[in-house]
Design a protein around this ligand. Structure first.
Ligand code: S3P
Length: 163
């Protein structure tokens, strides 16, 4: 099986769905954000505050290049689609699934979140980022799954029947 890559905005459920999907497929689960933290021995907020977003994007690109392309489920950070090199990798080597969640739903889910540097901005900036990224998620997606109002099990079933 080609590796499955889950994409989508912050709070779209990539890690939760990825963990469950990997279990159902009996395949290893990889989270690129976790891998970045392990490799560079810094938390994501530390990378952003010490070195800035572009260093994080560089680490993210290097990490995506190294992950397995076979038989695993990968959860990515919401900004993975920002670099064209990553978009090319996603299109060529992975079955890419876009977990599409409305901005309204994401606002509800991340209401009290303080762990994501790009979510600490004002609402207009966050909405702009959300809007700018939608066409990029679509550009690389093999499968689009709308997640609003759906349970983890329903989303996993939808993915399994669409593959
Ligand atoms: C980011 C999303 C985060 C993490 C980093 C940057 C983004 O991952 O990679 O904070 O640019 O949207 P999640 O999508 O898992 O929150």
């Amino acid at each position: 099986m080609k590796a499955i890559c889950l994409t989508g905005f912050m709070g779209s459920g990539k890690t939760t769905i990825g963990t469950e999907l990997a279990e159902r497929l009996n395949a290893p689960f990889i989270d690129t954000d976790e891998l970045i933290e392990q490799t560079y021995k810094l938390s994501i907020p530390q990378i952003f505050s010490t070195y800035g977003e572009q260093t994080f994007r560089h680490y993210e690109e290097e990490t995506l290049k190294k992950v397995s392309r076979d038989n695993c489920v990968i959860s990515t950070g919401g900004g993975i689609i920002e670099r064209s090199a990553n978009r090319e990798q996603l299109k060529e080597y992975f079955t890419t699934i876009f977990l599409r969640t409305s901005f309204h739903e994401i606002e509800k889910r991340l209401e009290t979140d303080t762990t994501r540097p790009l979510w600490s901005k004002d609402v207009d900036s966050k909405r702009r980022l959300y809007e700018q990224r939608q066409p990029l998620y679509l550009e690389v997606a093999d499968i689009v799954v709308d997640t609003d109002g759906k349970s983890t099990d329903e989303i996993v079933e939808t993915i399994l029947t669409s593959m």
